[in-house]
Write a protein that binds this ligand. Sequence first.
Ligand SMILES: COc1cccc(CC(=N)NC(=O)c2cccnc2OC2CCNCC2)c1
Length: 389
Amino acid sequence: KRHKFWETQPVGQFKDLGDTSLPEGPIEPPTSLSEVKQEPYNLPSPYEWTTCDMVSEEMCNEVYLLLTNNYVEDDENMFRFNYSKEFLRWALRPPGFYRSWHIGVRVKTSKKLVAFITGVPARIRVRDAVVIMAEINFLCVHKKLRSKRLAPVMIKEVTRRVHMENIWQAAYTAGVVLPTPVSTCQYWHRSLNPKKLIDVGFSRLGARMTMSRTIKLYKLPDQTVTPGFRKMEPHDVPAVTRLLRNYLKQFVVAPDFDENDVEHWLLPKEGVIDSYLVESPETHEITDFCSFYTLPSSILGNQNHTTLKAAYSYYNVSTKTPLIQLMNDALIVAKQKDFDVFNALDVMQNDSFLKELKFGPGDGKLHYYLYNYRTKHVLKSSELGLVLL
Ligand SMILES: COc1cccc(CC(=N)NC(=O)c2cccnc2OC2CCNCC2)c1
């Protein structure tokens, strides 16, 4: 399939696949800031750029409504991501964020917000090179404005604003294949509320399975089983940072988190991010960590249910507690908090627990991309230590 736009961008091109003579690293050298286009790209005449200040309740609400009605749906158009306002504020205002990277498109006359794209800065290690990148997310064009070629100009504009801050690489994910994935992940789901999942068509009753047999199959204990398993607290930030930095070293691509990043990305926030750790009852050492973020989905066209409450596996570290036991405790806590399903990608060491903990494979894949950075090889998903929101 021809990628008119992507063939013009500094991304791995399909024709280069397998050419291991090309070195790992930036595809194009940085240019001087004076060479970066100073003014915004031109939009089609009815539209204008706007910067979305996510602190403003009104602006945050406009972004929330645009995404709630027009963002990513599953392949069968039965569900649509329904990021909360609190989640969006968390996702878009990490340490060092740029408000100018929260880009909206409005209709000049009505001032209606009809498109959105964002970037946040992140330090990402690729093998032993730490690269400052923009994590690009929430690209959304109103359903009524699709195939007006707005997305390419929005991507060029966020790229221009990233270049203005002297940043030349980016990371993003997509459910579609573009030139060229750095890695491709399979997603998996663990039922927590199988009756609701079957009612809304997320899951199907297994062959030769009754509903009561299915409910029993996914039943979990009421309490976690690991001694010392507790919620993460602010005073745990230094120990969790050490634990996580050491654990992420084993992956080819991973965030280079410092204590500031850990404080923002991993301290629990009600309805946004949950994180737990294991503090050894004997030594009080922090030996293990697990976390998941809250991303509900709207259920499109079901009489009895409007929202699917989904937890998404985030960063997990096991050094003493077996990863399977640690993740089972995460499932138990997610069930206690009334989540319907627990989702995970087959990144990091997730493959080691997915089947045993009764995850089932999802019906799609998530492709990871780097902008203006070539890797020697396409990575196995288990070489990925990066989870995007
Ligand atoms: C259940 O409701 C859905 C609503 C919209 C899309 C999908 C399928 C899908 N595309 N799922 C994922 O991309 C996915 C599955 C497991 C873990 N993380 C995921 O995506 C994350 C990371 C990328 N940005 C979206 C959230 C499901």
